[in-house]
Design a protein around this ligand. Structure first.
Ligand code: ATP
Length: 301
């Protein structure tokens, strides 16, 4: 596979991935955006894939829009293995993880209580991947359910069915966190302890240009360079504590590049980046950087 070279995957891990791909031979697997991940650092993909092949759980830690979901999709593609997703929030409860009972009716209109399995149970029973997004937004009481799933036991007692569910085959867990955002809490130590932690920073420089040119509508090389400079300057202000991290998110940059194909870049930046910020000083800082790079606004319309 070309991706082995792209991400410098060691040959022993390549062999084990090939074995896993054969075991997971799944013609129905729908591969979303699988080739679209650009690595900010080659070790990220290599270490994530290696950890999962060794049966470890992987925690992707990085700011919003850093490509964590995209990386999980790439791994799912690498292994030719479908991925069940959970989006955590304070409302996440045991039922959302494990499943719930509901009334169903047969052809004779007789009512039955049926159990609808949740993503954790599905991924474990089918030996698939499980992606737990924003794991640190879930309530502290909910997550201990996962402790047994994430350690050597690879099992959970489903309280709704009384069944002990054991993980099959190549079951694996990838979780993601944005630390330090409103509504998030530091991940409980016992849970964090069950993961290999992989930091996923924002893309910069030529890798960012490659991603923006692949994924946005903008194809003017000079303008793409200007957006890369904008990102570098925004990330430096983030490090100085002058603006919040999401101002430098590639997701917003992609939006700004797309809009720039139809409007003046300064207005695109205002819509896609500046106006998402709450603090007036942060907005002014972004505007100043944009003015330095893209010049004063000339267009009226
Ligand atoms: N390294 C990258 N490679 C490819 N695409 C990227 C990368 N970083 C960001 N993107 C693009 O930016 C957008 C956000 O990426 P993604 O949803 O994977 O981020 P995330 O880290 O999961 O975000 P969140 O924490 O908000 O869930 C997507 O459109 C994605 O294609």
């Amino acid at each position: 596979m070309q991706l082995y070279e792209t991400f410098d995957i060691p040959s022993e891990i390549q062999n084990r991935i090939e074995d896993r791909r054969d075991e997971n031979d799944n013609p129905d697997h729908y591969l979303i955006g699988s080739e679209g991940y650009t690595a900010p650092d080659m070790s990220i993909v290599k270490d994530a894939v290696t950890s999962l092949i060794l049966g470890k759980n992987v925690l992707l830690k990085g700011p919003t829009g850093a490509g964590k979901t995209k990386l999980a999709e790439l791994i799912s593609y690498f292994f030719n293995q479908p991925m069940y997703s959970i989006n955590c929030s304070v409302d996440l409860d045991a039922e959302a993880l494990l499943g719930y009972k509901t009334l169903t009716y047969d052809d004779q209109n007789n009512a039955h209580i049926t159990f609808i399995p949740g993503p954790v149970e599905n991924a474990m029973k089918n030996g698939e991947l499980l992606y737990i997004d924003e794991i640190n937004t879930a309530k502290a009481e909910t997550l201990p359910i996962l402790n047994g799933v994430l350690d050597y036991r690879r099992m959970v007692l489903n309280p709704f069915t009384g069944e002990t569910v054991r993980a099959k085959g190549n079951f694996g867990v990838i979780a993601a966190i944005n630390e330090g955002y409103i509504g998030t809490a530091p991940l409980n130590e016992a849970l964090k302890n069950r993961f290999i932690v992989i930091e996923v920073p924002y893309l910069q420089g030529p890798a960012l240009k490659e991603m923006l040119s692949e994924q946005s509508l903008l194809n003017d090389s000079n303008q793409l360079d200007q957006f890369v400079t904008l990102s570098t300057d925004l990330q430096s202000k983030v490090r100085d504590g002058q603006i919040s991290e999401e101002a430098a998110s590639p997701r917003s940059l992609l939006d700004a590049c797309d809009l720039t194909t139809f409007m003046e870049a300064r207005r695109a930046i205002k819509r896609a980046i500046t106006d998402k910020l709450e603090d007036e000083r942060e907005k002014a800082a972004v505007e100043n950087i944009a003015e330095t790079i893209f010049g004063r606004v000339q267009e009226k319309g």
